[in-house]
Design a protein around this ligand. Structure first.
Ligand SMILES: C[S@@+](CC[C@H](N)C(=O)[O-])C[C@H]1O[C@@H](n2cnc3c(N)ncnc32)[C@H](O)[C@@H]1O
Length: 226
């Protein structure tokens, strides 16, 4: 069923948040590659990627707006869930480092029982709210993993370990859910023998504003407590 791009009252706030970082950008609502059922509000695909003014570069570094892109690992996870909805069906799920909320929203669309989306960036939580609205699903938002209930069935992390300091999240994340699926295009090892590689896919960040092909290989790592 086509989604109504006007179905979130927060779209205006989201565009304002994007323009705090990139004043010349705007929000576009559209389907993801290969996923006609999932519409996201993201940065305009024709955003000019030439050299940015110094002041804008400063904004990008201070407030990077990762949420305005669907990263390759989030896209690959959503595409995988479209083919195998049983991974999330009737499960309590969390998307840690949700960004746009791509995995959280797709999990709910594919039949998850309850979905939490967690991100330390308040604008990512706003983006996830907008994207949940656009796809007419409910997702619970949190800025702190400690505030999310324990004993969940499944925890996703998609392209969060690009920042090596986030490896410390793994121990806490393992205690949150019986199963954990990490999708990452930036790393080929999580340095934890309790994880095993279970799947590979190829996907680039969308919209693709010139991401290098070297980041197209998405590796899925699984941890299970049984
Ligand atoms: C590269 S983006 C990926 C977003 C999304 N998962 C996707 O695939 O499109 C990483 C996200 O992780 C969030 N993040 C980074 N460190 C975090 C932390 N310690 N706890 C929760 N979120 C975090 C960032 O704010 C950002 O939104």
């Amino acid at each position: 069923m086509p989604k109504n791009p006007l179905a979130s009252p927060h779209l205006v706030d989201l565009e304002r948040a994007l323009q705090t970082t990139l004043p010349m950008a705007h929000i576009e609502v559209g389907p993801l590659p290969g996923l006609a059922e999932l519409h996201l509000a993201l940065i305009n695909a024709d955003f000019h990627t030439g050299p940015l003014p110094a002041e804008v570069m400063h904004n990008v570094i201070a407030n990077p707006a990762y949420w305005a892109f669907c990263w390759g690992s989030g896209l690959a996870t959503a595409q995988w869930l479209a083919r195998q909805p049983n991974i999330v069906q009737d499960k309590d799920v969390i998307d840690l480092g949700c960004g746009s909320g791509v995995v959280a929203v797709m999990a709910k669309l594919m039949g998850a029982r309850h979905v939490w989306a967690c991100d330390t960036d308040p604008d990512a939580l706003l983006a996830t709210k907008v994207n949940a609205d656009l796809n007419q699903v409910e997702v619970s938002l949190s800025n702190n993993l400690d505030k999310v209930p324990d004993n969940l069935d499944l925890l996703f992390m998609a392209d969060v370990l690009y920042d090596r300091s986030n490896f410390v999240l793994l121990a806490k994340a393992k205690n949150k859910a019986a199963r954990m699926l990490i999708a990452d295009s930036r790393i080929d090892d999580v340095n934890d023998p309790e994880f095993r590689v279970i799947h590979h896919m190829q996907a680039l960040t969308y919209p693709n504003l010139g991401e290098f092909d070297e980041f197209k290989n998405v590796c899925f790592f699984e941890y299970s407590d049984n």
